[in-house]
Design a protein around this ligand. Structure first.
Ligand code: SAJ
Length: 440
């Protein structure tokens, strides 16, 4: 078999992972064609623009496009290596929806001539890379996995992305990567490609282990956040400040508890553990329970807010933060957004002033609700009877304690707790308040 040229890559899917990967390869001298079903994404990339916010991405895309190393199109071209980075959402019953992977695979199939490497980067249930290989070889009996019968070889690998939104361009370079090959040759060839830009270590394994490793990382985080979220509900019941509790417990050299919040959002941690549950439903009890604990947290926060609102005839509620985590504009699967919208529905008599410093217009889910408006932090706080802190954006950490006087504060992130006079917030810092709550 002639040595394939690893330096002509088609990246399928120009989203949060595909576009940064395409850009980083191109800025390291690899010729990359990006493919996307969205004309908006394709046009933006060809003009050297990026369709979403991610630090440093715009500069790299603009540079790569102007050097002629990166272009985008809607048809899948012939390439020596394909990187598939399309979404794997879940459908009913928390089962992975592989339709985007299947569509990407079907578009690659007619382009294959033999000698190509197909890398699946999308987060996928165990066995998905094998599923892709079966789909390809099932419709191309002229190709093979091992050269048997003199047929040209197509190789398959799984190399999950592990980068944190907001730090993608840094972590793409510095994180270690797990590279699973359907054959050892495939793993080695994929490693050579990632070695072009990745300074972390490249760990080779089989495809199933690589698929499961990615799911395991996010399930680990989910289970640990669930522990913190469960503690927060227990601590509230017992009249204990959960943040102080965690801070103290974390002083033990082998304890490292994460932070509670209003729930787990984003498109990864709240989704990926279900793929493990689906793959081994009888065995994945802790992982399933953790998902349920985290998914139950928004309802708990909602109940507290509704209770507090009952004290007022026409309450004004400041909902601080809509994003799924701090200092980003990302609203995907955001528990804060869900809580805000649901609060407006459950309390038609209330006025909800939603504050999200990272967005300029209300998302669709809020736009249809008459009793919600987007507001600036200061105005929302001064008008509100109830302050519901949902996201620990840096901007909210500078909120002036004096401005909270006379208001009920429900702080799901623990950033206002030292700043709230105990008598106002009922945050458990006042021993008398703590006593009353413990006896309830
Ligand atoms: N959260 C808490 N408490 C914490 C930490 C997080 O409530 O102590 C919440 C956040 O507020 C957010 C959610 O969890 O709603 C997830 O946020 P995150 O910052 O932990 O993670 P993601 O979803 O942005 O990115 C994760 C990362 N995975 C791990 O850290 C194991 C990232 O490395 C993955 O690449 C990414 O998922 C992915 O694409 O799978």
């Amino acid at each position: 078999m002639s040595e394939p040229d690893p330096r002509c890559v088609a990246v399928i899917g120009l989203g949060y992972i595909g576009l940064p990967t395409a850009a980083v390869l191109a800025t390291h001298g690899v010729r990359v064609v990006g493919v996307d079903v969205s004309d908006r994404h394709v046009d933006a990339v060809n003009r050297g623009h990026v369709p979403f916010v991610e630090p440093d991405l715009a500069t790299q895309v603009a540079g790569a496009v102007s050097q002629g190393l990166l272009s985008a199109q809607s048809e899948t071209p012939h390439a020596t290596t394909y990187i598939v980075a399309v979404p794997t959402p879940f459908k009913d019953g928390h089962r992975a929806d592989l339709s985007f992977i299947d569509a990407a695979t079907d578009a690659i199939i007619p382009q294959l001539r033999g000698g190509e490497l197909i890398i699946l980067e999308s987060t996928s249930p165990p066995g998905t890379t094998e599923h892709v290989a079966t789909r390809v070889l099932g419709s191309r009996p002229d190709l093979s996995l091992d050269g048997s019968g003199g047929r040209p070889v197509v190789q398959f690998a799984h190399c999950p992305e592990r980068v944190l939104p907001g730090r993608i361009m840094v972590e793409l370079i510095t994180n270690d990567r797990i590279i699973g090959g359907l054959t050892p040759d495939a793993a080695e060839r994929a490693r050579d490609l990632y070695a072009v830009f990745c300074r972390g270590e490249l760990h080779l394994t089989d495809t199933r282990t690589a698929e499961m490793a990615k799911l395991t990382e996010n399930a680990f985080r989910d289970v640990n956040i669930a522990f913190a979220n469960e503690l927060s509900v227990i601590a509230e019941r017992l009249g204990i400040d959960v943040w102080e509790l965690i801070e103290l417990a974390n002083m033990h050299p082998r304890v490292n508890i994460l932070q509670p919040g209003p729930g787990v959002g984003g498109h990864c941690i709240a989704v990926d553990p279900w793929f493990i549950v689906d793959a081994a439903p009888e065995q994945a009890n802790l992982i399933r329970t953790a998902r349920q604990v985290n998914d139950g947290k928004p309802e708990h926060v909602l109940a507290r807010a509704v209770d507090a609102a009952r004290e007022h005839e026409a309450p004004v509620i400041a909902a601080l933060g809509l994003a799924f985590k701090p200092n980003v504009d990302d609203l995907r699967e955001s528990p804060s957004l869900h809580i805000t919208a649901e609060l407006a529905r459950r309390l038609p008599e209330a006025r909800i002033m939603a504050v999200e410093p990272y967005i300029a217009t209300a998302p669709d889910v809020l736009a249809g609700l008459d009793n919600v408006e987007l507001a600036q932090t200061e105005r929302a706080i001064s008008s509100a009877d109830i302050i519901l802190l949902l996201v620990d954006h840096a901007q909210f950490k500078t909120i002036n304690t004096a401005d909270l006087a006379g208001k009920v504060v429900i702080d799901t992130r623990g950033i206002l707790r030292h700043r709230t006079p105990p008598i106002l917030g009922g945050d458990g810092a006042n021993p008398l308040d703590r006593l009353t709550r413990a006896r309830r």
